[in-house]
Write a protein that binds this ligand. Structure first.
Ligand code: NAP
Length: 249
């Protein structure tokens, strides 16, 4: 059995992949989900395995409750009960104003970003909480600095979903503080990943980096460092709070 087991949603690409690789390098057995990009998921598993780590990729859509239940069950069968959860999977869609958004888009964003994180958190608490006989654990939610800025003209729906993640972090942290579980969030700024192409602007980071005090975009590995610290025992007195990894924005 493994001492440290992390379940990461959306680990096949971008920030989630960087978290998976750093976690494996720090001795975690890594179980991560992806939605559909099997080739990318297999490549992350191969990199971790070649480096001497352990990883398992599970196709599971966080917007589908049955998929999340299967993800947790698979992780338990393969490695054991997770000691850490990273709610990383998140989506945004084509940049537009609120008056242009249809309800199906809003439902997709909120189902994936909000309900997906809530259900994963619920499943983690059911297994980790000392109230339910668990051994405790740590949860890190990947929010966004957009929760503060609001995403005007681009994706207020996405930004609002991250606002909900911030409130989930605060409320759940207090709810389980006496049950061995710490809950924190990382709010990335603009990071070089493929998510920006989903909004219709693959080069967005380079456009907006002039507004970043450090005048550059972030790398996924820089987000992963904050996540792994929050998951670690070094953050033993840290709960219900946020690390903004934004280059000063
Ligand atoms: P990304 O490069 O687009 O990667 C998204 C990952 O999530 C992929 O592994 C994808 O799987 C997976 N995914 C998407 N929808 C999913 C679903 N319904 N169920 C399960 N997995 C799903 O995104 P990223 O930029 O790394 O973003 C990761 C997190 O950081 C998100 O929560 C995002 O909001 C947040 N964030 C990003 C930035 C930024 O500038 N990049 C800034 C602030 C916050 P497939 O490979 O199968 O598609």
């Amino acid at each position: 059995m493994h001492d440290k087991i992390v379940l990461i949603t959306g680990g096949s690409r971008g920030i989630g992949a960087a978290i998976a690789e750093l976690a494996a390098a720090q001795g975690y057995a890594v179980c991560f989900s992806y939605k559909s990009n099997r080739a990318a998921a297999d490549a992350v598993v191969a990199r971790i395995t070649q480096a001497g780590g352990q990883a398992l990729a599970v196709a599971a859509d966080v917007a589908v409750e049955a998929d999340i239940l299967r993800l947790f069950a698979t992780c338990e069968q393969e490695f054991g009960v997770p000691t850490a959860l990273v709610n990383n999977a998140g989506i945004l869609e084509q940049q537009m104003r609120v008056e242009q958004m249809d309800v199906t888009r809003m439902q997709r964003i909120f189902a994936t970003n909000i309900i997906g994180s809530f259900v994963c958190a619920r499943e983690a608490v059911r297994r980790m909480s000392t109230r339910h006989g668990g051994k405790g654990g740590a949860i890190v939610n990947i929010s966004s600095i957009a929760a503060k800025g609001g995403g005007p003209g681009e994706y207020v729906d996405y930004a609002a979903s991250k606002g909900a993640i911030d409130t989930l972090t605060i409320g759940l942290a207090k709810e389980v503080a006496l049950e061995g579980i710490r809950v924190n969030a990382v709010r990335p700024g603009v990071v070089y990943t493929e998510i920006h192409a989903s909004g219709g602007e693959p080069g967005r980071v380079d456009r907006v980096k002039v507004n970043v005090p450090m005048q550059r975009g972030g790398q996924p590995e820089e987000i992963a460092e904050a996540v792994l610290w929050l998951l670690s025992d070094k953050a033993s007195y840290v709960t219900g709070t946020f690390i903004d990894v934004t280059g000063g924005r």
